[in-house]
Unconditional design. Sequence first.
Length: 432
Amino acid sequence: MSVRVIDTGYRPRPQQDTVHRSGARYRVVVGHRRIGKTHFGLNEIVHKGLLNMKKNPQYAYIAPTYGQAKRIAWDLLKDYTKNIPGVEVNESELRVDIPRPATQDRIRFMLLGAENPASLLGMYLDGVVFDEYGDMNPIVWTQVVRPLLTDRLGWAVFIGTPKGQNHFYNLYELGKCTEHWQSFMFKASETGIIARSELEQNRAVMSDSEYMQEFECSFAAALVGAYYGKEMEWLEQNNKLSSVPIDVALGVWTAWDLGIDDTTAIWFVQQHGREIRVVDYLETSGAGLDHYVRELKAKNYVYEGHFLPHDVKVREFSDGKTRLEKLQSLGLRNIKVVAKLPVADGIEAARTMLKKCWFDKDRCDRGVRALRNYERKYDTRNQIFQQTPLHNWASHGADAFRTLAVGFREDMPSVMDKRRYPRQTDNDYSVV
C-alpha cells in the first residue's frame, strides 16, 4: 500500500520537535513569548489525527475564550490543513473535517473556548491542546476534558506562559515527577529564538516581574496586576495557608457568587473571636440551585447563615421568581443579602479581611488559586491596567470572597453564643 506524504508547510523548531517526539501521554510546555506554542499545538493535533486509525477520530484546540481561539488559531489551522485531500472547512463552527472514503469516516479538528466549561460536555476526544491553560478555569481539565479522553485513551498537551503559581504551575510540577507526564520549559535566554538585542529592548520597558514571567518563564515572579498578590504572599509567609480543622462547636457561614449558565463559587468560614477560619470551598459549573443546596446538606455542617450577592433578588424572565425565592423554597435558611457596593470598595474590604483569615490549604486550594490570580484588565492600546477586574476563571472565587467581606460582621453571634439563649424548633427546621 502506497503512503502519501502531505506537506502542511510546518517546520518545527528544535524545541517544538523535542516535545513532538515525547512519548508522554500528558505534556506540559512552558515557553517564552513568540516561541511558537500555537503553531506547535495545531500541528500536534493535525499530525496525530492523520495517523489515527480509530473510527472518527476527533481533536480539540482549546483557548481561554472562543473569540481567542478564532483570532489566534483559526487561520493557522485552515492553512496547515489546506493541502489535505478532501478537506472540509466549517467557518461557523471553527471546525475542519478530513473525510476518509476508504474507511467511510472522517477526522475532525475543532477550535473551542474554555469560558463555559459545561459547553464542552457530551463529546469524546482522542487528543486535546490547551493554549494558555493558566488563563482557564482549572475545572475545564479536571471535571470536563479529562473524562472525555477516557474511552479513547486520549492525550493532552498544556502550553502557556507563567502567570504566578496557579494550576498551570501545579501541572508543570506534576509533569516533572509523575508517570505518563512530562514537563518542558523553554526560556528566551536559552533558546536563541529572539535576538539578544530585542530581549534587551523588552527588558528596558518592562518591570522585572513582567520580563521574568514573559521571557524567562518564571512562576515565582509576582503576578502583574493581581489585586491580592501582597496579601496572599503575606498569608503564605505567616503560615496561614495550612491545615485548618473544622471545629464542630462553631457554626459555618457561606458566601456565594452566583453564576447564570456559568460557574458558582461558595466559601465556607467559621469565626472564632477575631479569627476567620476559611475551612472549605465549592465551585461548580452548569448546575442548578438545587445542586448547591444538596451539596451544602451533604457536608453536614451546622450553618449559621448564608451571604448572597444583591443580584439574588433579580427576577428571572423564565418564571418571574428570584433566585432568593428559589433558594428559600429549597430549604436554605437565614439568607443574608449583601448590599451592593462599588467593586473597588468590596476589594478593599476583602483585603482587610484576608489579614484575619486562615485558609485550609487542601479543601480551599481552588479558591486560594482564584484569589492569587484575580487581576485587573490590561489596556493593550494604552499599556495600562484598568480599574476594573478581568473576568476570567478566577473571578468567581474572588467575587464570592468579596461577598463574604462585605457581608460579614465580627459582632455576629456564633453558634456557641446562640446556645446560651432559649431555642425553638418548628416543623420545617433545616440544618441548611
